[in-house]
Design a protein around this ligand. Structure first.
Ligand code: ADP
Ligand code: MG
Length: 336
C-alpha cells in the first residue's frame, strides 16, 4: 500500500496517510500524438496530482527521445549522423550511441533481418504519397544497406559510416526503447501499476487492480477488431504489422517493414507480436521476425529465453510459440 515517495515523509505523516481515506487515489490516463504515433499512459496513483504529473513526465520523455532520434527532423542527433558520418566520425550522446550499439547486436542475433541501415533504401519510399523507388534505384542503393557499414568507437562515442549512401533509422526499436525509459521514470516516481504504449509497443508494470492487464492483438485487416487478448503483468509486448504504414499498387502491398536483403516489403506475414521483459527487445524482435518469416522467426523465438510470439500469416492463421501453448501460468490467448 505504502508507495515510495520522492521525498520521505516523517513517520507521523506516513501513519496519517495509511489511515487517510483514499478519496484521491484513482486510475488516470491520457493520450497524445508523439513520434508519429499514439502514445497512451494509464496508471494508478494515490494522489491524483502526482499521478497526472507522472503522466506528463512520460509525454515529455517521449518528446525528448523524438528530438534525439527522429530521422525526419534535421536538428536531431540522428539526422546529423546521416548527414556527416560518411565523411567523418560523428560524436553523439552516450544514449544514442548505446541504442545504435544495441541495434547492431540485434542485427547479429537475427542474421541481418534487423538492420537500421535499411533506411539507405527505405528513405526512397513515401507511404503517404504512395511513392516507391524503381527497381534500378533499389539496386543502386542496396549495397549501402548493411549494418556492418556502421562503425562505432565506444571510447570516443562516435559513429562512422564505412561508405557513401548509408542512412540509419531507429524506427524499428526507438518506440520500444522510449516505452522502457518511460516505465523507468514511472517506477522512480513510485508508480507500481501502469501501462505505457507507443503505437504497437506497450509495457505494463504490475497488474491492473489485482487482475492482469489485457492487451489485444489487432486484426491486421480490421482496425477495430482484435484476434486475441493476452493477459499480462510486468511484461512488454510489441506488434509489427503490414497495416501501419502502407499503400497498394498493382496488387502489391508496400509497407514500412523492409527486408534488408531485397529492399522490399516481406509479404509472407500480416503481423508479428512479441512478448518479453522489455520493450527495446520486443520492438526489435517484432520487426526482425516479420522479416525472417514464420519458420526462421519462430525458431529464433524458441531459442530465446522468456520470449514468446504470436504470428499471423498471410492467410490470417495464428501461430503461437510453445510457451504460450503450454505453460499454465504464461499469458494465454483468449479468443474474444
Ligand atoms: P511500428 O511500431 O512503427 O509499426 P515496427 O516495430 O513494426 O514499427 O517497425 C517498423 C519500422 O522499423 C519502420 O517504420 C522502419 O522505421 C523500421 N524498419 C523497417 N524495416 C526494418 C528492418 N529490416 N530493420 C530495422 N528496422 C526496420
Ligand atoms: Mg519493432
Amino acid at each position: 500500500m505504502l508507495r515510495l515517495l520522492p521525498r520521505v515523509p516523517p513517520a507521523a505523516a506516513v501513519i496519517a496517510m495509511l489511515f487517510a481515506p483514499s478519496a484521491h487515489a484513482q486510475w488516470l490516463s491520457d493520450e497524445d500524438a508523439i513520434m508519429g504515433t499514439a502514445v497512451r499512459v494509464e496508471l494508478w496513483h494515490e494522489d491524483a496530482d502526482a499521478g497526472r504529473a507522472a503522466i506528463a513526465a512520460v509525454m515529455d520523455e517521449m518528446r525528448r527521445i523524438d528530438r534525439l532520434m527522429s530521422p525526419f527532423k534535421p536538428e536531431t542527433e540522428l539526422s546529423r549522423i546521416n548527414r556527416e558520418a560518411a565523411r567523418k566520425p560523428v560524436a553523439v550522446s552516450r544514449e544514442l550511441f548505446d541504442l545504435i550499439a544495441r541495434s547492431l547486436e540485434f542485427s547479429t542475433l537475427t542474421d541481418g533481418a534487423f538492420d537500421i541501415t535499411f533506411s539507405s533504401v527505405g528513405y526512397l519510399y513515401d507511404y503517404r504519397r504512395a511513392r516507391k523507388p524503381t527497381e534500378a534505384q533499389i539496386q543502386r542503393m542496396l549495397p549501402a544497406v548493411n549494418y556492418r557499414h556502421v562503425r562505432l568507437d565506444p571510447a570516443k562515442s562516435t559513429v562512422r559510416f564505412a561508405r557513401d549512401g548509408v542512412r540509419i533509422d531507429l524506427g524499428g526499436i526507438a518506440k520500444g526503447y522510449a516505452v522502457d525509459t518511460s516505465i523507468a521514470i514511472l517506477k522512480q516516481r513510485g508508480v507500481r501499476q501502469a501501462l505505457v504504449s507507443a503505437g504497437g509497443d506497450s509495457r505494463v508494470v504490475g497488474d491492473r487492480g489485482g487482475r492482469p492487464w489485457h492487451v489485444g492483438i489487432r486484426d491486421p485487416r480490421h482496425a477495430d477488431a482484435s484476434v486475441a487478448v493476452l493477459p499480462l503483468s510486468d511484461a512488454a509486448i510489441s506488434t509489427s504489422g503490414d497495416y501501419e504504414r502502407y499503400f497498394e499498387a498493382d496488387g502489391v502491398r508496400y509497407h514500412h517493414i523492409l527486408n534488408p536483403k531485397t529492399g522490399r516489403s516481406p509479404s509472407a506475414l500480416r503481423s508479428v507480436t512479441i512478448i518479453g521483459d522489455d520493450g527495446t527487445t520486443t520492438d526489435a524482435l517484432s520487426t526482425s521476425v516479420f522479416v525472417m518469416g514464420l519458420d526462421a522467426g519462430m525458431k529464433l523465438v524458441e531459442s530465446l529465453p522468456d520470449i514468446e510470439a504470436v504470428i499471423i500469416d498471410a492467410s490470417g492463421k495464428l501461430h503461437y510459440s510453445s510457451g504460450l501453448q503450454r505453460a499454465p501460468d504464461a499469458p494465454r490467448p483468449n479468443m474474444p
